[in-house]
Design a protein around this ligand. Structure first.
Ligand code: PEP
Length: 252
C-alpha cells in the first residue's frame, strides 16, 4: 500500500521564533491526536536544526524546500543535500514551480539536485505541473510528462522508490483556485501511467502522488477521496496549525 502523505511547504515565511512556535504547536496537536497519514513539514534551511530538536519524527517528518546542485565547495550562499541531512531532516522538496520560474531551475539542474539528495539519504518530494496557458491549450499532459522524463528517467527503480511526486498545477498555487478533484484525479492517473511505462507497474503502484494548489480543510477530503491522489503538498494552509491539522484530518 502506498503512503498517504500531507506535507507542508512553509516557503519564505516565519522567522525562527515563529517557526519554532508553529512546529511546537503542531507537534503537540499531532501527538495528542495521531494522524492517519505521514505528515512532513518543509521549512526554511535556518529552521531545520531547531525544528528537528522539537518534533517527534515518528509523528512529523522534516524536510527542506531546496538543496544545492553541487556537493560542496565554493558556492557562496548554497546549502548542500549533505548539510540538509545533517540537521536531522529526511526530505527535500525539489522542482517547485517557484524555483523553476524565479531561479531558473532546469530539468538538468534538478537532476543533479535529485541525485545528491538521494545519495545523501533524503526522500525527494518532486514537483511537476503546468502553467495556465499550457492547460488552456490542452498541453498539460505533455508538459508534465516532459518534466518527469527530464529529471527522473535516469534514476534506477531503487532510487525512484525514494521519490514522492507532487502534482501542482501552477495556476492553482497560492491563487485560491483549486483544480477540481476530477482534474487532479485525471492528471494523477496519467502520471501513474507514465511511471508505469518507465519504472514498471509495481513502482507506479507504490509511488505517492500528492496534489498541491490552494488545498485547504474545506476541499481536502474531496480531493483526497480520489483513487490516485495520495495526499497533499500544502503552502498557505500549512502556516496555521489548525488549518494544516484540518487537512491532515481529511484522512480520518
Ligand atoms: C505550494 O506552493 O506548494 C502550494 C501548494 O501552495 P498553496 O497551497 O498556497 O497553493
Amino acid at each position: 500500500m502506498r503512503k498517504k502523505i500531507v506535507a507542508g511547504n512553509w516557503k519564505m515565511n516565519k522567522n525562527l521564533q515563529e517557526g519554532i512556535a508553529l512546529a511546537t504547536e503542531l507537534n503537540d496537536i499531532l501527538k495528542a491526536d495521531k494522524p492517519n497519514c505521514d505528515v512532513v513539514i518543509c521549512t526554511p534551511f535556518i529552521h531545520l536544526a531547531s525544528v528537528a530538536g522539537i518534533i517527534d519524527q515518528s509523528v512529523i517528518g522534516l524536510g527542506a524546500e531546496n538543496c544545492a546542485d553541487k556537493a560542496s565547495g565554493a558556492y557562496t550562499g548554497e546549502v548542500s543535500a549533505e548539510m540538509v541531512k545533517s540537521t536531522g531532516a529526511g526530505y527535500v522538496i525539489l522542482g517547485h514551480s517557484e524555483r523553476r520560474a524565479y531561479y531558473g531551475e532546469t530539468a538538468e539542474i534538478l537532476k543533479e539536485k535529485i541525485n545528491l539528495a538521494l545519495a545523501n539519504g533524503l526522500k525527494v518530494i518532486f514537483c511537476i505541473g503546468e502553467v495556465l496557458e499550457e492547460r488552456e491549450s490542452g498541453k498539460q499532459n505533455e508538459v508534465v510528462e516532459a518534466q518527469l522524463a527530464g529529471s527522473l528517467f535516469d534514476l534506477t527503480a531503487e532510487q525512484f522508490a525514494n521519490i514522492i511526486l507532487a502534482y501542482e498545477p501552477v495556476w492553482a498555487i497560492g491563487t485560491g483556485k483549486t483544480a477540481t478533484a476530477e482534474q487532479a484525479e485525471e492528471m494523477h492517473a496519467f502520471i501513474r501511467g507514465v511511471i508505469a511505462g518507465k519504472f514498471g507497474a509495481e513502482a507506479a503502484e507504490n509511488v505517492s502522488i500528492l496534489y498541491g494548489g490552494s488545498c485547504k480543510p474545506s476541499n481536502a477530503k474531496e480531493i483526497f477521496s480520489k483513487e490516485n491522489v495520495d495526499g497533499g503538498l500544502i503552502g498557505g494552509a500549512a502556516l496555521k496549525a489548525a488549518d494544516f491539522k484540518g487537512i491532515i484530518d481529511a484522512w480520518k
